[in-house]
Design a protein around this ligand. Structure first.
Ligand SMILES: [Mn+2]
Length: 327
């Protein structure tokens, strides 16, 4: 096993030797994905004078808009990229739609991730499944490269650690994460401003969705398992949207005694998106992997081509089975 320093040294050489870079991440972009893309992209463009394109569709939640203000500087999409950085993404199939690494067979693919189900698809792979955020790896990379942590880069990286630790509340909130957050704050990241953008910035549709989800509350196994559902007819009736749901599933684990929470989104009668949260007792990534999804031990997702009732029965059965195995 090479050390992190040796890994970073290899990536430093890759950056040094090449000029045209494309940066991509997973679909359903979150703070770690967007913040990592922007921080690395801004560094390569501003401090190394590289041609850089960040592939990021517009479909991400509007609360991240404050991170991408300088996106138009990172749009020099090369015909023949030398290097593709794939960040926070466990397999090529999870890359943000509209981009495929297979369309660029000559490009050297660098895979930087912290998902335990990463399949090591890169020409070079830096996967640390115990790292709290890919932003921590990018921080270590930039730090080792002697980067100038500008306020923009610091704001992006602060967002990665804030969001992937659940606002510094998950068990992955290590001393290292807090030290990095403190450092980035000294460099110009503003915790109050960033938290305000992320957590005090919901749309009215978000509140409508919260209402629908709570109205469809179901619980099982004496409240250990909590289901919330966004059914298609309610979303339509309230003129809401399935896009503004990030974080609703997290409310399930706020209930005393709850160990697993699930949000079902009935996109249509035979397409259901499922998000799971675990307090750590069971591994929800394991459940999702069986259905072509993925994620982390405590947070995972998958999609079913099935109706709502059928999907809920399957998920309930799998959770009960896991809990039984655990007891
Ligand atoms: Mn992440």
């Amino acid at each position: 096993m090479e050390t992190q320093k040796e890994t970073i040294q290899k990536i430093a050489e890759i950056i040094e030797k090449n000029n045209a870079f494309i940066l991509v991440s997973h679909n359903d972009q979150d703070g770690d994905a967007i913040g990592s893309l922007m921080a690395l992209g801004l560094y390569l463009k501003e401090q190394r004078d590289k041609d850089v394109a960040v592939h990021l569709r517009n479909g991400f939640p509007a609360k991240y808009n404050f991170l991408v203000g300088r996106m138009n500087e990172l749009n020099k999409m090369p015909n023949r990229p030398d290097v593709i950085f794939v960040l926070d993404t466990s397999s090529p199939e999870r890359i943000d739609s509209g981009f495929s690494i297979y369309d660029h067979p000559d490009a050297y693919v660098v895979n930087i991730d912290h998902h335990s189900d990463n399949i090591y698809f890169g020409d070079f792979n830096w996967v640390e499944s115990h790292s709290p955020a890919v932003g921590v790896l990018i921080y270590n990379l930039l730090n080792e490269l002697g980067a100038d942590f500008t306020p923009d880069i610091s704001t992006n990286l602060y967002t990665t650690v804030l969001t992937d630790t659940g606002g510094f509340m998950f068990s992955n909130t290590t001393p290292e994460v807090l030290e990095i957050a403190a450092f980035l704050t000294k460099k110009g990241a503003q915790p109050g401003y960033i938290a305000g953008q992320l957590y005090l910035n919901h749309s009215m549709n978000y509140l409508k969705n919260m209402g629908i989800a709570l109205n469809n509350l179901r619980f099982y196994a004496e409240g250990k398992i909590i289901f919330l559902t966004l059914d298609n007819s309610s979303v339509k009736a309230l003129h809401s949207s399935f896009r503004e749901t990030e974080g609703i599933v997290d409310f399930t684990l706020r209930v005393k005694g709850a160990i697993v929470g699930v949000l079902f989104k009935e996109i249509n009668s035979d397409l259901i998106r499922v998000s799971l949260r675990s307090d750590g007792t069971i591994d929800v990534a394991h459940i999702c992997a069986e259905f072509g999804g993925g994620g982390h031990h405590n947070a995972a997702g998958c999609t079913f081509n099935n109706n709502l009732i059928g999907t809920q029965e399957i998920i309930l059965h799998k959770i009960l089975h896991q809990i039984k195995n655990h007891d």
